[in-house]
Design a protein. Structure first.
Length: 380
């Protein structure tokens, strides 16, 4: 693990890194290290995964949701400031799909109110804001290496920080409370990684995901989420460190990271070109400010459910996140302090947005097939 942590922190030019079984565990460690607890409020976008909200609830704090803007799917800084109260103790800046947040404005607001900022970089490894890597702006940041993230170690996450005091707190917390993954978990994850590398390609992804979710419910594979994590109460065995299997995989993936980033940029540009030729709206962001490395290529369509239902039969890898302002669809919103209508732009995005593959196994042929498929539908 030490070698992976050192290599990852060196790539980001950040002195402290801590690896965990999952990214949500990394977030939990950061929250504990920042002394976020009962009665505190944490502001984050109302367009996220519920697994990012769970650690907030686990420490006894309340999530407060800020709505997003439509082009980058990131929270609007002015809306963040409107949500600040005397109980606000943290802002989480999520770089959605790989588009960097407006970090300058968010940090200005945070400094004005003396509130720390951490960055959710689970979808944005390698993205830059004004030339600076995301993850290096706030007090800390966390990254995900789950199956569909910028690179995968099967599961896995990393917390990083430049703050020596925070690093010491996380280190003490890890030593006192973290458990090691069980031999069964490690063996199952290693087998799943082998299957993933051998058989998971764009044409087989939809079928594989259906099978994987079934096996996860049966407890036959190590899933990214379990039914126990759809309630805001921390399951036993949650606070786990990373296994050696994940760390070895992570080192290999880091060695390929620059090629991975280059591929994602090239394929995103190809989607821009192909969809533009078909009269579709394409990515709209300020290129003088942000240099995104997208984890997936998001598009908005009017027939989202129809597209998802027909994609698998067509051999198309089509992503559906986020299906809900707190992804996935089955999230009990009220249990997470979210009321429909709270973030209307996020809810609209959830109803319209699908995402297209950009990972290294999705080459030019796949991108052309995917663009042809999605262009059968009506842009929203």
């Amino acid at each position: 693990m030490d070698k992976f942590e050192q290599s990852f922190s060196a790539w980001l030019n950040c002195p402290y890194a801590f690896s965990f079984w999952k990214a949500r565990v990394a977030l939990y460690a950061i929250l504990r290290g920042l002394n976020i607890g009962d009665g505190d409020e944490v502001i984050l976008p109302g367009y996220t995964c519920v697994m990012d909200v769970n650690p907030i609830k686990y420490v006894g704090a309340k999530p407060v949701y800020a709505d997003i803007e439509p082009n980058t799917f990131n929270m609007v800084p002015d809306f963040v400031e409107e949500k600040i109260t005397l109980r606000t103790k943290l802002i989480i800046a999520q770089h959605t799909y790989g588009y960097p947040c407006d970090m300058e404005r968010i940090l200005q607001i945070a400094q004005k109110h003396a509130i720390p900022v951490i960055e959710d970089c689970c979808l944005a490894l390698g993205s830059r804001y004004k030339g600076q890597l995301v993850g290096t702006f706030g007090r800390a940041a966390y990254f995900s290496f789950q199956w569909n993230k910028p690179f995968t170690t099967g599961l896995g996450g990393m917390a990083i920080t430049n703050d020596s005091g925070l690093a010491q707190k996380i280190e003490r917390l890890y030593a006192a409370e973290a458990t090691e993954p069980s031999a069964k978990d490690v063996l199952m994850l290693a087998a799943q990684l082998a299957v993933y590398r051998a058989f998971i390609y764009p044409r087989t992804t939809a079928l594989a995901q259906t099978l994987f979710r079934f096996l996860t419910r049966k407890g036959l594979v190590v899933g990214s989420s379990s039914s126990a994590e759809f309630v805001p109460s921390m399951p036993s065995g949650f606070f786990k460190g990373m296994s050696a299997v994940q760390a070895r995989s992570g080192i290999k993936q880091l060695n390929k990271l620059e090629d991975n980033i280059c591929h994602r940029r090239k394929m995103a540009d190809l989607y821009d070109h192909l969809l533009s030729e078909k009269g579709w709206p394409i990515r709209c962001y300020d290129k003088s400010v942000m240099d995104p490395v997208l984890v997936r290529y998001p598009v908005r369509i009017k027939q989202k459910q129809q597209a998802l239902e027909t994609a698998a039969a067509a051999g198309i890898e089509l992503g559906s996140w986020f299906e809900s302002p707190l992804h996935p669809q089955e999230t009990p919103l009220a249990a997470y302090d979210y009321t429909l209508g709270m973030c209307p732009e996020a809810e609209k995005a959830a109803a319209e947005t699908v995402n297209l593959p950009l990972h290294p196994r999705a080459g030019e042929k796949t991108v052309r097939r995917t663009a042809d498929f999605i262009s059968q539908f009506t842009p929203a």
